[in-house]
Design a protein around this ligand. Structure first.
Ligand code: NAD
Length: 293
C-alpha cells in the first residue's frame, strides 16, 4: 500500500516508521526539519496525496488540520482513505470529516492515546470516528501502529472519546498528586502510601502505572526529573479542548474546569515542557489557600 503521512513530529515520525517497517511505501511530508526513519520524504504536501491509497495526518491542532485538509481533500482520489490522528477540537474534526466525505473520500478521525513511547512501540490505542465502511478500511492500517482500535461512532466520535479520556486523566493525576502531597504533610512515607493506594479503591493508572513520586512505583517521568513523557502543555491543550466541547453541549464538568485552571498554573510556572505529573511538586510547594481559589 502507498501511504502519505503528513506531520512527522514526535508522534508522526515513529508511527510512519512502523508503517514502513510493516511493508508500506510511506511518503512523508513535514515543513519542519524533522527526522523520520524508513520512509521517503517528499518536499510538497501534494506528493503525500497524489497516487496514495491512504493519507494520514498527525498535526498539532485544529488550525493546522483545517489548513492541510483545504489543500489535500480536493487532491484525493474518490475512495481514498483519509485518517486524521491529530488531537483537535470536535468542530475542526467534524468539519474535516464532512468535507472529505462530501468529496467522496473515506474519512475517519482516529486520535491516539499512548504517547511517544506507544507510538514508537506500536502499542497506541486509536479512538475512531467514521462510518463502518471507513472504519473497516482503516482498521488494518491502524493495527500496524497500535494495539487497540476502538470504533467510537460517527465522524468526530473519536475526538469526543479522546477529550473525555484526557479530562479524566488530568483529574485523576491531580487527585493522585493531592493524595501524595497531603500524605507527606501528614507524615506518611510515600512508598507505604503507594502500597495502600495502588491496591485499594484509590488505585488508578496515575497511581499504579505512572506514579508521580520519584523512586516509587514502576519507572515513570518522576524518576527522570519529570522530563516529559506527556508534556503538561499537551495536557493543558486537551483539557481546554474538553472545556470547549463541554461548553458547546452545555455539560457540567466542574472538575475538568478546575483541572484546566491548575494545569494553566503549572504551565505558567514551569513552561509546559515538563511532564504532566510535575503537578506533584507544585502541590507540595503550595500552602493551603494558594490553589483553592
Ligand atoms: P509535534 O509538534 O511534535 O508534531 C507536529 C508536526 O506537525 C510538526 O513536525 C510540524 O512541523 C507539523 N506540521 C505543522 N503544521 C503542518 C502543516 N501545515 N503541514 C504539515 N505538517 C505540519 O506534535 P506531536 O507530539 O507529534 O503531536 C501530534 C498530535 O498528536 C497533536 O495533536 C497532539 O495533541 C497529539 N498527541 C500527542 C501525544 C504526545 O505524547 N506527544 C500523545 C497523544 C496525542
Amino acid at each position: 500500500m502507498r501511504t502519505g503521512f503528513i506531520g512527522l513530529g514526535n508522534m508522526g515520525a515513529p508511527m510512519a516508521g512502523n508503517l514502513a517497517a510493516a511493508g508500506h511505501e510511506v511518503f512523508g511530508f513535514d515543513p519542519a526539519d524533522v527526522s523520520a526513519e524508513g520512509i521517503t520524504r517528499v518536499g510538497a504536501v501534494a506528493d503525500a496525496v497524489d497516487g496514495m491509497d491512504a493519507v494520514i495526518t498527525m498535526l498539532p491542532d485544529g488550525g493546522a488540520l483545517d489548513a492541510v485538509y483545504a489543500e489535500i481533500v480536493p487532491r484525493g482520489k474518490v475512495g481514498t482513505l483519509f485518517v486524521d490522528c491529530s488531537t483537535v477540537d470536535i468542530d475542526s474534526a467534524t468539519a474535516a470529516h464532512r468535507g472529505a466525505t462530501a468529496a467522496g473520500l473515506l474519512a475517519v478521525d482516529a486520535p491516539v492515546s499512548g504517547g511517544v513511547r506507544g507510538a514508537g512501540a506500536g502499542t497506541l490505542t486509536f479512538m475512531v470516528g467514521g462510518t463502518r465502511e471507513a472504519f473497516e478500511r482503516a482498521e488494518p492500517l491502524l493495527k500496524l501502529m497500535g494495539e487497540r482500535i476502538v470504533h467510537c461512532g460517527e465522524g468526530g466520535a473519536g475526538q469526543a472519546a479522546k477529550l473525555c479520556n484526557n479530562m479524566l486523566l488530568g483529574i485523576s493525576m491531580i487527585g493522585t498528586c493531592e493524595a501524595f502531597a497531603l500524605g507527606e504533610k501528614l507524615g506518611l512515607e510515600a512508598d507505604r502510601l503507594f502500597e495502600v493506594l495502588s491496591t485499594s479503591s484509590g488505585s488508578c493508572w496515575s497511581v499504579n502505572t505512572y506514579c508521580p513520586v520519584p523512586g516509587v512505583g514502576p519507572r515513570s517521568p518522576a524518576d527522570d526529573g519529570y522530563a516529559a513523557g506527556f508534556a503538561a502543555a499537551l495536557m493543558l491543550k486537551d483539557l481546554r479542548l474538553g472545556q470547549g466541547a463541554a461548553e458547546r453541549v452545555g455539560a457540567a464538568t466542574p472538575m475538568g474546569l478546575k483541572a484546566s485552571a491548575l494545569y494553566e498554573r503549572l504551565v505558567d510556572r514551569e513552561g509546559g515542557d515538563k511532564d504532566f505529573s510535575a503537578m506533584l511538586p507544585l502541590l507540595s510547594a503550595s500552602a493551603r489557600g494558594q490553589l483553592e481559589d
